[in-house]
Design a protein. Structure first.
Length: 538
């Protein structure tokens, strides 16, 4: 069989390296990855190994956003991790290089690495370059927010169509510090990617060279006997949290880092994000809350100068091992500073925010935790009356048609990992809020999650979720809700006796799906505060 796929006699004496490609024409994030896999394979073969390229799936969040299809998005993380583990485990591969280009396939690759615990390197497919609309850089979130502006009669049909046609100019992952670029940066900080793999354009000489070097790097890991669980330590996860914080990254990083830690057997919890976030400032002025796209960070030197800044301040663990075979400190020994005059990444004397933007909230509305993304621009406290919706679609309609008013706390429930199922991202409602000009006037809370492109006064991952009888299940229209980022609390402003009485009368809903992958996922998935994994407690 192996002769038939191209093995020569001498190849059977070489380490066999799986090259897991997430290539797909489903999305521009991954449309170029087949060619990157070729570059990885060449690097493996030239370094004394035998590469075997295989594929796994990807889905497009941007295309499925706001539809029933989005229920499959987080599910795909588990499918991808399972499939890479299955192929590499079944075929007895000695090492793995995986190339990811979109939100879920990146943490999925690392989850598979941790389960297999064979020498492995992750390669990021790279960021997209921005589009141009009216001489201004635009991206996918620009289009979602334009829908709200269109509904508010601030943009014509033709303008919306023109923006839609130019916002995505080619291959690569969404251009801001959304989930893809956040997770690529986090994985590099974990030590599972080569230096600056997270900060390269998708279509570039640097990215091709990164792939080639990754092929050589996995062979070096085999010679050193260095495995993923040697790299994926508690300190490494603290480094990843620090980088996500300094970059102002996506709330999805919380969910995915918890899941990756679970796969690696590392005890990581929500409170670790609070602990690290208290000492690390937000330094990067990147979209969605900031000014710049990832391509600007690439232009000024990428991630390594930021990592060196944090290391020099004592905010990174320099002794953590990485896929280079060296420590974080050794990798950064010769890293230079950002060029003078740039304002993409600020200094410690002038941070975007003096502490972390990922705020973990607790309270009678989220007994086991919730995740807010607070840049400071939207304020630190909000009290308003609940306007309750049982799905994302109903909430979006109410935002666009003017039902939602200033002072409302939009409650979108039954969208959790089990209840959705699949924990959809609320990019359509949050973008509509911004496009309607309500960003500072309403809050939105949900047991679902948010796209990395979401911003505003938003709280997600509310646990326990509505489907299992969390307090969010019994909120009524008109109830007062208070979100306090300084106290890290989210409260349903009712007496405990009233909440208890409502919960006693609550009955669980029937499963929405009884066959197929969504039914299996709903049956197995853990709570969001545990990473929404499907192999917990097995």
């Amino acid at each position: 069989m192996l002769h038939a796929v191209g093995f020569e006699k001498e190849d059977f004496k070489k380490p066999q390296i799986g090259v897991a490609s997430t290539w797909s024409m489903v999305t521009p994030c991954n449309m170029h990855i087949d060619q990157l896999a070729v570059q990885v394979a060449q690097g493996v073969n030239e370094s004394g190994g035998k590469a075997i390229v295989f594929n796994t799936i990807t889905v497009s969040d941007g295309i499925s956003m706001g539809t029933e299809g989005m229920m499959y998005s987080l599910v795909s993380r588990e499918v991808i991790a399972d499939s890479i583990e299955t192929v590499a485990g079944c075929e007895g591969m000695d090492g793995v290089v995986a190339i990811g280009g979109c939100d879920k396939n990146m943490p999925a690759c690392v989850m598979a690495f941790a389960r297999l615990n064979r020498p492995a390197v992750f390669v990021y497919g790279g960021t997209i370059l921005p589009g141009s609309f009216h001489q201004k850089p635009v991206d996918i979130v620009s289009v979602f927010e334009a829908v709200g502006a269109h509904a508010n009669r601030k943009m014509t049909d033709d303008e919306l169509a023109d923006l839609e046609s130019c916002a995505i100019p080619g291959a690569g992952s969404c251009g801001g510090m959304y989930t893809a670029n956040t997770m690529a940066s986090a994985i590099e900080a974990l030590g599972m990617s080569l230096p600056n793999s997270s900060a390269q354009a998708a279509v570039s000489k640097d990215k091709s060279e990164d792939c080639h070097r990754a092929g050589a790097a996995v062979m070096n890991l085999i010679r050193l006997g260095l495995r993923p669980r040697d790299i994926l330590t508690k300190k490494a996860f603290e480094n990843a949290i620090a980088i996500v914080t300094a970059l102002g990254g996506s709330t999805n990083a919380v969910l995915h880092l918890l899941a990756m830690a679970h796969s690696a057997g590392v005890k990581l919890g929500l409170d670790d994000f609070t602990r690290v976030g208290k000492r690390v400032p937000v330094l990067a002025d990147l979209k969605p809350s900031g000014k710049y796209v990832m391509a600007e960070l690439v232009r000024i030197g990428g991630l390594t100068p930021l990592m060196k800044m944090l290391l020099d301040k004592g905010l990174l663990h320099g002794d953590c091992l990485t896929v280079t075979g060296k420590t974080v400190a050794q990798n950064l020994a010769n890293a230079g500073p950002y060029p003078p005059g740039q304002d993409v990444v600020r200094g410690f004397d002038n941070p975007i925010k003096k502490d972390g933007h990922l705020v973990i909230l607790y309270g009678n509305l989220a007994p086991t935790g919730a995740v807010a993304k607070i840049s400071g621009k939207e304020g630190l406290r909000f009290t308003g009356q609940a306007r309750v919706f049982e799905s994302e679609e109903r909430a979006l309609k109410a935002i666009l048609d003017g039902t939602v008013q200033k002072g409302d706390v939009i409650v979108i429930r039954s969208e959790g990992p089990k209840g959705g199922p699949g924990m959809r991202e609320m990019l359509s409602p949050t973008s509509a809020i911004m496009g309607k000009g309500l960003g500072k006037d309403v809050a939105l809370i949900t047991d679902g999650r948010f796209s990395g492109g979401s911003h505003g006064f938003v709280v997600g991952h509310i646990t326990p979720e509505a489907c299992v009888g969390g307090p969010i299940a019994v909120i009524k229209n008109g109830d007062s809700i208070t979100i306090d980022a300084e106290k890290r609390e989210i409260s349903l402003d009712l007496p405990a006796k009233e909440i208890k009485s409502r919960l006693a009368k609550w009955t669980p809903p029937k499963p929405r799906y009884t066959r197929g992958v969504l039914a299996k996922y709903a049956k197995l998935v853990s709570s969001a505060h545990l990473g929404a994994v499907t192999d917990a407690g097995l």
